[in-house]
Design a protein around this ligand. Sequence first.
Ligand SMILES: [Zn+2]
Length: 496
Amino acid sequence: METSRLCSSVIALIAMNCLALSEVYADEVLVRLTGLRDCSVESLHADGYDVTSVNLNQDYVDIFIDRADISTLEEKAQNIKILPESWGSLLPSNAANAGYYYSPDENWDFWTDLAATYPDLVQSPVTIGQSFQGRDIYSICITSSSGPSDKPAIHFNALTHAREPAGNSVMIDFGMWLATEYDNDTMATFILDNSEIYLVPIVNPDGYVANMPGGGNQRKNMNFTTPVTSDGIDLNRNFGYQWGYDNMGSSPNPYDPTYRGSAAFSEPETETLRSFINSIDPIGSIHYHSYGGMLIYPWNYVNQPTPHQSTFQSWASAMTAQNGYQYGRCGELMYPANGDACDWSYENSEHQTCLSFGVEVDDNGFWGSQNDSTAIADFSTECRFMNKMLCMNLLNQTGIEYESETGYSGMLSVEGVSPNPVTNAMNLSVRIPSGSLAVTVYDLSGRRVDEFSLENPDSGDCQLKWVVPEGTPNGVYTLIIQSGSQTAGSRFTVLR
Ligand SMILES: [Zn+2]
């Protein structure tokens, strides 16, 4: 796409801002490129394309583009496919709100109601700052009155990118689970007795409102004028760690989707998140985005490991054991991105080290589940497991021990699998807190390969043996163990 064409379409868009969003976006489609030729994700970014998702393992790149501009992609990939309309920006004809995603008003009502229903656990939403257009950005704290008085904070946020509502659904699900399962589920009880969970469900309320009633394509904030004319600033490139380091995944061009703004923290939304995170001083965080099915950890500004690489890697392996998300650094999975929120929250001298992850929820495009409550429930449950595992790992690391009903102190965990790769039989070393254990092995597409259970193994360290079933193809597999309400897992490879 030539820059001039991009600019003129944006100017046209601004001129049309009195029209309904559906009319503005009616000609934009989501296309999937497979088999890139003579170009890279970096060069597509540099050319100003709106790259919405990348999966280098599965060899695809998705781009939001005017239908009239699709021909500019023809030389760049072996295959170009327009994705189904439900993946794009077309609105359901009678949508009064955001469908099964929560609209801004519904979101506020949900948290206010949850706080009224569970006043001992859920605090009413608290305004932590204002957006560019003056809307409140709010946080919700969930914790119990039991446990130590000085509990560590763990932070989750969503909708920094306004067209990515899946992360907000994950916030709703996680808050609901914590509140309703406290005193029922030992893990929910443990988390709330030992930490304060801080959720900021809508970091970019202006953009989210602009995208109502769902289906809109606004990614950035709604600051179109300061200090230069633009179509908004990419808040997730506006954070203060390595802001604009080398233009990777971060653009100085005001009309690019990844425009980083005039200076680090130039935007009220990022400045709000900055002061908020500094004030709660969290030990860990997840920044939710969509879509793509990925768990990402720093560094993001360059494709290099942090001093916490081995912790990030082993936690990510456990966190993704159930949903099979790919995990790694941004530069390994997609492309490096300067000045993102995750790097800043991890390496920031203004507060303690915060083990920060980013998630690309495995939604069907940005708005693809708008009319599909089952899909929203499914991806929310998958992400709930990641949230739980992060909390458990963080608390475990700070020396707070999990005690199950049986009195065994510690988490259910897979301590080791060997040999890996496995040929015929594998030794499993696990730690079990309670009286029964179920083991299930899945392939990468989620198909059950084998399962077995033990009625009363000794609690504590336990050695098991698993024989690879005849005919199991070579490949990567996921092993999930379950005991009581706990789940843990590991990946391994079968190589015959
Ligand atoms: Zn995003």
